[in-house]
Design a protein around this ligand. Structure first.
Ligand SMILES: Cc1ncc(COP(=O)(O)O)c(C=O)c1O
Length: 481
């Protein structure tokens, strides 16, 4: 190694205050950031580096792991370890800053029916005056609950408005249900992977969480039955349509099976139907939510208007199970007393004319076309990427098919102005997975296209930079998470 190599000048403090590997990682990082170790330059082999610095090989390995996770270096099989291209040497992002957020499920604000909603808001204020801004009944504004009951009727669910409670979004529904149904130490079953907001809620309740894997053919019923017999849970949380993050939709047979199990083992099912209006197969009439098949009142259905209208409304509703209405009302009161009276009234007016149906048509058209665009991209990236086709919704569940972790890809992409949702966010205890969720909900279609270009570049970089032997290569269908 040449004397001029800046690595030679690295000084490590041996007073035990900070681990040597962490100091080494920091020192190498500084050299890379200052440009003293330029992109593409080779890092000396582990033993040589350990010899120069007077540390163990394992210290060097750990330090390089840190840098690799941060996307600062990459391994090339058979050739060694190199400094990754720096953000400065990458093509500048047009207009600077952030290009596209593939991690977000917030719908594109350009699609919000602002003018129609403004009219509805004005009508609510003109008609109700201060009453719209007062405290509201905890159950919610009755005309809106009547409209919800009518909408549910179209999905084969017959329910009285008295059993419908307006909530401030699905997340609140999960939170309230957890408070009503789960005492500390009780057991909840979750799909794995699952929606991170539900993990936050259930972990915060101090309950025992049992994860049941979702395979490409759906929930693992063999595992479910085994665990049901062992753990006797009080609640199972599921997204039966367009599951977040896999996009999986349960078949009618799976739903019937789930209901039989709920009856047999006496647990409630919390069904989060947050996205079903965006099913591009439009099989709603033949594929209703689980609740439509629920003869034993085991299902607590949540609906949200965040994805199909606007998340800022903070509106959704829950169908309350018999005998638990008072408990749910109490939990709602404790959470926020009631959802906004003004928003409930404005939404009720909005539903009254053609605006709602028009809006649904618009977003289905737009998101279907984005879905097709991203699907085409993903097919083009095969065999680099492997994905599950949700046939609806706002995202794909994608796997790095040639090795590598999505968490590394996320770091690498962030430097290009692009975000993805790494798979670990959807598991209770995983730090790395080859899976990630790729959403196309947010921003403009033009930005989405630019984001896909950058994603393609990032994938190439990851492929050249990864030690592809790091994770096993298996047939996609056989892979578990
Ligand atoms: C499955 C699922 N449930 C609930 C929520 C939260 O929705 P809301 O805005 O209705 O609270 C989200 C948000 O992404 C979600 O993906």
């Amino acid at each position: 190694m040449e004397k001029s190599n800046p690595i030679v000048g690295i000084q490590l403090a041996r007073n035990g205050e900070r681990p040597l590997y962490s100091q080494l990682a920091q020192a190498l990082k500084e050299l890379i950031i200052k440009g003293e170790l330029s992109s593409g330059s080779k890092i000396p082999p582990i033993r040589q580096l350990a010899g120069i610095l007077g540390v163990n090989n394992s210290t060097v390995v750990q330090a390089l792991e840190v840098l690799s996770r941060e996307g600062l270096i990459y391994k090339h099989v058979g050739r060694g370890t190199f400094v990754a291209p720096s953000s400065r040497s990458q093509p500048p992002v047009e207009g600077g800053g952030h290009v596209y957020d593939f991690s977000s499920l917030a719908p594109a604000t350009e699609l919000f029916p602002v003018l129609d909603f403004k009219k509805a808001l004005n009508r609510a204020l003109d008609y109700y005056g201060g009453e719209a801004l007062n405290y509201q009944p905890h159950l919610g504004y009755r005309p809106l609950r009547e409209k919800m009951a009518a909408l549910l009727g179209q999905e084969g669910i017959s329910v009285s408005p008295e059993r419908i409670m307006v909530i401030s979004g699905s997340q609140q529904g999960i939170d309230i249900s957890a408070k009503v149904l789960l005492e500390q130490g009780e057991t909840v079953f979750l799909e794995e992977p699952t929606y991170p907001g539900s993990l936050l809620t259930f972990q915060g309740r101090g309950v025992r969480i049992i994860n049941i894997p979702i395979r490409q053919s759906g929930l693992d019923f063999v595992e479910l039955e085994k665990r049901l017999a062992d753990f006797r849970p009080r609640l199972l949380f599921v997204m039966t349509r367009l599951q977040n993050p896999t996009g999986y939709s349960y078949t009618p047979e799976q739903k019937a099976h789930l209901l039989q199990l709920a009856y047999k083992y006496n647990f409630y099912i919390l069904e989060d139907d947050y996205l079903s209006a965006l099913d591009y197969r439009d099989y709603r009439s033949t594929d209703p939510p689980l609740k439509a098949m629920d003869r034993w009142d085991r299902v607590i259905l949540l609906k949200s208007f965040s994805k199909v209208l606007m998340p800022g409304l903070r509106l959704g509703f829950v169908i309350l199970p018999e005998g638990l209405q008072e408990d749910f009302l109490g939990a709602k009161y404790a959470a926020d007393i009631s959802s906004s009276g003004l928003m409930q009234r404005a939404f009720s007016f909005f539903l009254q004319d053609d605006s709602w149906e028009e809006h649904l048509k618009t977003i289905r058209r737009e998101f279907r076309s984005r879905y097709q665009l991203v699907k085409k991209f993903l097919k083009e990236q095969s065999p680099l990427l492997y994905f599950w086709d949700p046939e609806g919704g706002l995202f794909f569940w994608v796997r790095l098919n040639r090795g590598g972790w999505s968490e590394d890809l996320a770091v690498l992409l962030r430097r290009r102005g692009v975000d993805i949702a790494p798979g670990s966010a959807f598991f209770a205890g995983k730090r790395q997975t080859p899976w990630f969720r790729l959403s196309f909900a947010t921003g403009s279609k033009k930005d989405l296209e630019r984001g896909l270009d950058l994603l393609k570049d990032g994938l190439q970089e990851l492929q050249t930079g990864q030690d592809l032997d790091r994770i096993p290569q298996e047939e996609p269908e056989k892979r578990l998470f």
